[in-house]
Design a protein around this ligand. Structure first.
Ligand SMILES: C[S@@+](CC[C@H](N)C(=O)[O-])C[C@H]1O[C@@H](n2cnc3c(N)ncnc32)[C@H](O)[C@@H]1O
Length: 291
């Protein structure tokens, strides 16, 4: 297959940026933990993107965002513990680079495909037809995986609970629309009620502190008992300013994930930081407070 070049939004502009580094490193840790039990798991990626990116392509080069993300991480002299925690993610990058060359970067579906075992199952949802085609090519023939052209919010409701009864749902919308935060909360809570034991990873941007606060409050008010807030601000967050960082709310986080994040995030934050206000969070929110 060819690496995709020449699309409009799309994640290609942002692939491998500081937000992808955090999201993909956390996703890989979740899959490692799910893979520690013999029973198969299911991955549901509601906003999958195209699966495989070319960091030397026009879009990635136009923003150069990957230089402040994956390029920094790969160049960093990481402490052994952080390197070990990042190994599943870094291995996925090495694998796609072995197949497609040194500028390839895997999206969440290809990272999941790399880590899934023979009996695990993967459902990749993407709304844009052209992206669905690219994603299908990136995934190739893999009987564990289904690539589906569908609205991610409709799919979230339709695909939970999966028959495996264990697994992770990644919800990673583009936040291009104003109501994306409330829609995410509403759709997630509906899914969680149908499948309260699933692991959910809800990605969010740090753009407006007021949006972030309202998002956290809405999740807490929904009464979800187990949520881990994982976040890195690479620079000062200014209302209406550029993307200052990102986070993931991990619902039903695997045991040890919080402890791992407390070891990994200071290192990642040090690698990705853009000003002296860079900071990280790995704290439980909502029902069961550890802090
Ligand atoms: C942030 S990107 C996904 C990146 C991907 N999860 C990764 O980590 O590699 C968001 C994707 O959602 C797609 N999208 C936008 N609206 C959607 C919708 N309503 N349902 C499903 N996909 C949607 C966009 O085409 C884009 O590919």
């Amino acid at each position: 297959m060819r690496l995709q070049r020449g699309m409009n939004y799309r994640h290609a502009f942002h692939a491998g940026n500081f937000a992808d580094v955090l999201k993909h490193a956390v996703l890989a840790r979740i899959l490692v933990h799910l893979g520690r039990k013999e029973a198969p798991y299911r991955v549901i990626d509601t906003h999958s993107g195209i699966g495989l990116y070319d960091l030397a392509g026009d879009e990635a080069e136009r923003t150069g965002e990957w230089r402040g993300g994956i390029a920094r991480l790969l160049a960093a002299d990481l402490p052994a513990d952080a390197r070990e925690l990042l190994a599943p993610y870094l291995d996925a990058i090495t694998a796609v680079r072995g197949l497609y060359g040194p500028s390839a970067y895997p999206g969440s579906p290809v990272i999941a495909q790399h880590l899934a075992r023979a009996d695990d199952r993967l459902v990749f949802i993407e709304k844009h037809p052209k992206d669905v085609g690219s994603l299908g090519e990136a995934i190739g023939r893999d009987k564990r995986a289904k690539v589906i052209e569908l609205d991610g919010w409709t799919a979230l409701n339709a695909y939970v609970p999966p028959k495996e009864r264990r697994g992770v749902v990644l919800i990673d919308p583009p936040y291009e629309e104003k109501n994306e935060f409330p829609r995410l909360v509403q759709s997630f809570v509906k899914a969680w009620r149908k499948w309260p034991t699933g692991v959910y990873a809800l990605w969010y941007p740090l753009k407006n502190p007021s949006d972030t606060r309202a998002f956290m409050r809405a999740l807490e008010d929904a009464g979800i008992p187990k949520m881990l807030r994982i976040e890195i601000a690479v620079r000062t967050e200014v209302e209406g300013g550029p993307l200052a960082g990102s986070g993931l709310i991990v619902v039903n986080p695997p045991w040890m994930l919080q402890e791992e994040m407390r070891r990994l995030l200071p290192v990642l934050c040090g690698v990705l930081k853009q000003d002296r206000n860079a900071d990280w969070i790995a704290s439980t929110i909502g029902g069961e407070k550890a802090d």
